[in-house]
Design a protein around this ligand. Structure first.
Ligand code: ARG
Ligand code: ZN
Length: 465
């Protein structure tokens, strides 16, 4: 078995952005100044994340035995207190804890649903860096999201499909489970030698002994917990480096290989095209994990999207566009989900337009022709109302329509400058809808209030396009 590596600082955005710090502070009731809060203040997922600290690094050492469905884990979490803390929470659901220390001293803890409430032996000072070690094991259980879909550790016939949006990270490691908090990660994952364990970031190598193979991965750029994966199965592996020096690692379930091959072959050209549009690819590693599972969605796991079957080209374009919009530039609250899904969907439209397919205008027109009673108009993209609606058509398609309206209003030159500036200025950090609106107005020199009011915030079919 491997050892957890030492902490690695995030390559970018080493400090908590101002807006984030303000939100974390707002999440802490003044009356309880020394206990971290049970949530990060998200309106849709009030228990997601926690107040009072920022995680710098997760060192995760895992061992999974697919036949026994048994996971053994040790998480070494390096964090910094943002206020004086006598107590703090992590998000962690199910799985039995066998040991919990804070800075090597055994800490008291109690569990309440997804909250793991830790009372360290000594209070932590504001600004203090501390290390939490949690040893745990058991059979991970997926969670059911408000919309009925599953996420987290999802068992497959040969391993696990591990996807955490929006809540699932806590099913397999203790985390500050909200995109507000981004951290670097090291993964050391041991599986039977006829399986592979594929995770985020750079592949550091593998080592086999006694029929067990240990895979090591390093995600050095900051990552939100929901984008972490440790997908396990029987995979064909392919590795190469692109002309831009990006390290590609593809893992494909042999049952999906024939269908996946022609699409995965396009990854370097898709990344090059997206880099031309959105700015340099934000990570040092890329690739694809193509599983064979009945999950019903793909996820933009950082640096290496995860597909439940061979993706089509549009899906490949979509998940990789998320590397800029969603992964590098993270949400501040789940309510702003259109900043991920509207952008990734619009990337599909642009790809089609620039590769001999339908123009974005044509795609827009087809959608706009839908009657006012259609689901597309059920709620506005920037105000979906609840966690149940965050993956709905209004977020994806109408979110993309809002971007198309912006493009029509400001012209191509300003529009593409806005997209690229957004990805560059918030790289490795966070963004809000409000910030995007302000950036659009600044770059275009236009008053866009009513456009965004109509397309992002107003329910129902806009009367004019
Ligand atoms: N963000 C994913 C996409 O690329 C969708 C994830 C859906 N997750 C879920 N639990 N339903 O569109
Ligand atoms: Zn998406």
């Amino acid at each position: 078995a491997g050892r957890a590596a030492g902490p690695r600082r995030p390559a970018v955005a080493a400090t908590v952005p101002v807006a984030v710090a303000a939100l974390l502070a707002a999440a802490s009731p003044a009356s309880a100044g020394t206990t971290g809060t049970a949530g990060a203040g998200d309106p849709y997922f009030p228990l997601a994340g926690n107040g009072g600290y920022h995680v710098l690094h997760y060192g995760l050492t895992l061992r999974y035995e697919p036949s026994a469905k048994h996971l053994d884990g040790t998480a070494v979490i390096t964090a910094r207190a943002t206020e004086r803390l006598t107590r703090f929470d992590l998000d962690f659901k199910g799985l039995k804890i066998t040991r919990l220390t804070v800075d090597r001293a055994t800490a008291a803890y109690r569990r309440d649903g997804q909250e793991l409430i830790v009372t360290p032996h000594h209070a932590l000072d504001k600004g203090q860096e501390f290390k939490v070690t949690v040893a745990y094991n058991g059979t991970p259980k997926q969670v059911t999201d408000p919309d009925g879909s599953a996420d987290g550790w999802i068992r497959t016939d040969d391993g696990a499909f591990v996807a955490g949006e929006p809540q699932g990270a806590m099913t397999w490691f203790p985390a500050n489970n909200h995109p507000l908090d981004k951290s670097s990660y090291d993964f050391t994952i041991t599986v039977p030698s006829n399986r592979a364990a594929v995770s985020n970031g750079v592949y550091l190598g593998k080592h086999t002994a006694h029929g067990q193979t240990t895979y090591r991965w390093r995600q050095s750029e900051p990552m939100a917990a929901y984008l972490a994966t440790a997908t396990i199965g029987k995979f064909d592996i392919e590795r190469y480096t692109t002309r831009d020096g990006i390290q590609v690692y593809n893992a494909v379930d042999p049952r999906e290989a024939t269908k996946a091959a022609p699409v995965l072959k396009k990854l370097p050209s898709v990344l090059a095209w997206e880099s031309k549009l959105f700015g340099p690819y934000p990570f040092r590693a890329a690739g694809s994990i193509v599983d064979h599972a009945d999950v019903g969605y793909a996820l933009e796991t950082q640096g290496r999207p995860l597909y439940d079957s061979a993706p089509d080209l549009a899906t490949l374009v979509h998940e990789n566009a998320h590397q800029w919009f969603g992964d590098s530039v993270s949400l501040t609250t789940w309510k702003d989900i259109w900043l991920n899904e509207g952008f990734a969907t619009y990337a599909e439209w642009l790809y089609s337009e620039q590769h001999g397919g339908a123009t974005a205008q044509k795609t827009f027109d087809k959608l706009y022709a839908r009657p006012a009673s259609d689901d597309l108009w059920a709620y506005p993209p920037a105000d979906p109302g609840s966690g149940e609606n965050i993956f709905g058509t209004p977020v994806y398609a109408r979110g993309a329509m809002a971007l198309h309206e912006l493009r029509t209003a400001v012209g191509d030159q300003a529009f593409f400058r806005i997209l690229r500036t957004w990805a560059t200025q918030h790289r490795g950090g966070h963004g809000t809808t409000e910030e995007f609106v302000r950036l659009s107005e600044r770059v275009s020199g236009k008053d866009l209030d009513s456009l965004f009011q109509t397309w992002l915030y107003t329910k129902g079919k806009p009367s004019q396009a």
